[in-house]
Design a protein around this ligand. Sequence first.
Ligand code: DHB
Length: 313
Amino acid sequence: MKKIDISTKINNIKLSSCIMNASGALCRTEKELSNLLDSSSGALVTKSCTTNLRDGNKKPRYFEWNIGSINSMGLPNLGIDFYIDFLKKKKINKPIFLSISGFSLKENYFLIKKANLISNISALEINLSCPNIVNKREIFGYNFFYVSKFLKNVFKFNKKPLGIKLPPYFNEIHIKNMASIINRYPIGFITCVNSIPNGLYVNSYTESVVISPNNGFGGIGGKIIKPFALSNVSKFFSFLRKDISIIGCGGISSGQDVFDYILCGASAVQVGTQFIKEGISIFDRLKKELKEFLKKKNYFSIKHFLGNLKKIC
Ligand code: DHB
């Protein structure tokens, strides 16, 4: 039987599987990171880090229901030095994406410079879309001036493959404009999308919000966001330079979901909400389901349908 190949490339980085974790999902502590290294995920993405350790927002700060999740974690992370030390001491068996989420341009440059010195880091995913900093920070990805300024400066010193994680956009013109900014720079990939910001889940019985920070408002992930995420992937695929890879993220819980993302133009996918729900065995399950689905369709490599979404004329 012909082997089904679900390997991929992100900016010339080879991944043995196109399925990895989303930043923020079970990738903060030493134990969680070790589990990811031992798993069948195609790459490891770390929790977005800052210069210093952060405890994050008050609990409860994560809630899930059947078709979605809401979170306002507040960037709990162990600080960049922890992630660097972890990666230095471990035997690395897959590409490592260090996620960085500084509070300012200056902090982002500082963190990127630090990460540039570490050979075990394959790529940097700069998070321009964290929605949950109480009273503090705008979502950088919605500030086109900020993104232009960031990209203009960062490639003056950065030597690592670098991508940006974007928030979801809801107007085609915003995606077009963001793509034309990105196309001016030697960026390796984009990850889209982060959670949909400012959602609100209500418990009708207790007549209450379900998370404590920000009066219950938070980023929405999980199955319900998949159509929005797919539209962002598909539109960016049509507007971006072809050498810029897209990592799709949002509402993946089956092999068929992975297929849909690749069909829309993603070269790889990240799994957040469903990974938190199901645990580390999800990577084996999704790989198996994706391969079975491809076999049924007579595809033997993701290259054969990547970006081939049909229109109805
Ligand atoms: C957090 C949430 C995000 O969606 C993100 O991109 C980064 C951090 C958080 O609340 O910790």
